[in-house]
Design a protein around this ligand. Sequence first.
Ligand code: MG
Ligand code: ZN
Length: 545
Amino acid sequence: MNNVISYLSGFILIIIFSFPIYAEDKPTHNPSNVASSKIKNVILLIGDGMGPAQIGLLEAYARQATKPVIENRVTAFTRMLNEGATLGLSMTNAANVLSTDSAASATQLATGKRAHPATIGVDDKGNSSITMLEIAKNMGKSTGLVSDVRITHATPASFAAHQPSRTRENEIAVDMLSAGADVMLSGGLRHWIPEGVNDDSSAIFRQLTDLTSGLIKITSKRKDQRNLLFEAKQQGYQLAFSKQQMENIDKKNQKILGIFSDSRLPNGIVANNIKNKTSIPTLKEMSVKALNVLQENDNGFFLMIEAGLIDWAAHDNDTGTMLHEMLKMNEVLNYVLDWVADRDDTLIVVTADHETGGFGFSYSANDIPAPLPLPGNAFKDADFQADYNYGTTEILDKLYNQKLSYDDMLSEVYDSLDADKQTPLALMNIINQNSEFDITEQQAARILAEEENNYYVAEHKELSMKRVPKFDVNDAFFVYQGDNRRNLLAIEVAEQQSVVWSNGTHTASPVLVFIKGEKKLDQQFSRFMGHPELGQKIIKILQSN
Ligand code: MG
Ligand code: ZN
């Protein structure tokens, strides 16, 4: 019966598509229009975990903070729309399920095909799927990947590797080297250097310490003796381990592999504090370098830039750090918009792989404000009385003023105390010194409370702890159990921040898609898409010139 229906519906579709009026009716959706396009470059910016509410946080900060660090209170997102960008929406779910992870989502964008969670550059049957980066390269374009996490992490990996699991970062590094993107700038040295470096009396440890001028922690996650840095050099890559080295590489005909950390690059708060005092380039500085090099190719280029730490802050439910990550994204997007300002050959796509954390400002029953006299007629007889606490705008300033990420407060400062100094009082002091949302000793004790793991799975990479931080509700949705004290801190400051977070993972909220290229092409993105369809549209434009 089902077969008959699908046979018939196929037949009906053929009739519809062969009816000439349809084609004339929908000229802007006809892919053959693409042939007349001038677009030869594609810049794809992915804010990992950057749902509409994450953009809303940046927007609220720009519009309502006392003195935001944003010129004229105009974010790059607002500017992009003011300058004529088109807006679309996209569903991010992986194959046959409701939500997604970054690997499936980036794979769906990169290949235009459905993919399963945690898979890298393979379709839903498990076959390698050609990515837009590989398509661009085959067309003689230059290609680049920039990220502030690790170059082998799920998002960049999905554009230049084909693996059954995102956890196979050692194999991903090998794949990425053979994919041969011209510019790769990020973190993650630990997957590129031989296992032997873990013996710090070895010759290879000393050799790599010299090569990286002692700037990067030399430690390896590899299970073999391959030195992919050496292999990259043999393939013609120039290596960079500092901002200076990166900037000294001549832009003409160069392949650059720049790795600036053993794992991820500094979070937004740290990056802001060490600006101009560090050898680590910012996400913007890496993007500037990538564009300088890639633009030398007359055939055009494909560049993916990831602001990957938005997602990490959101997993921690760390609103202050997430604001700083959004400011990083803002800085990069402003630069990219400046870069394309006098060009008509470049398509910019700004989107996310999914929303993270179910974040939002909210209103509560806590601390309802006092009555407020208002001059209008409606309030002649009585002052305005808010029914709930809708959140005061100074919260935005306090969020910006956070001095350390929750990750640093808990996993760096607190955990490095001697065991006998690890008390609720000590934790309270650390938090209150680094955040303007003070907690009490009793609240600190709740953050440190533990319980038996209700979701224990032996050998699981996240779920194998016997005892875990104690949640009162929804603990199944806080799967990164080793990090969950951060999420408990978020719960303790929720009322003060007027912020709620619904989980420690991702939500299936549709994400925004900002498009700026050529008006008649941009319009085809002004729809409610899914990520495979969005990927297909980008690939089609990339293939047109
Ligand atoms: Mg990512
Ligand atoms: Zn994530």
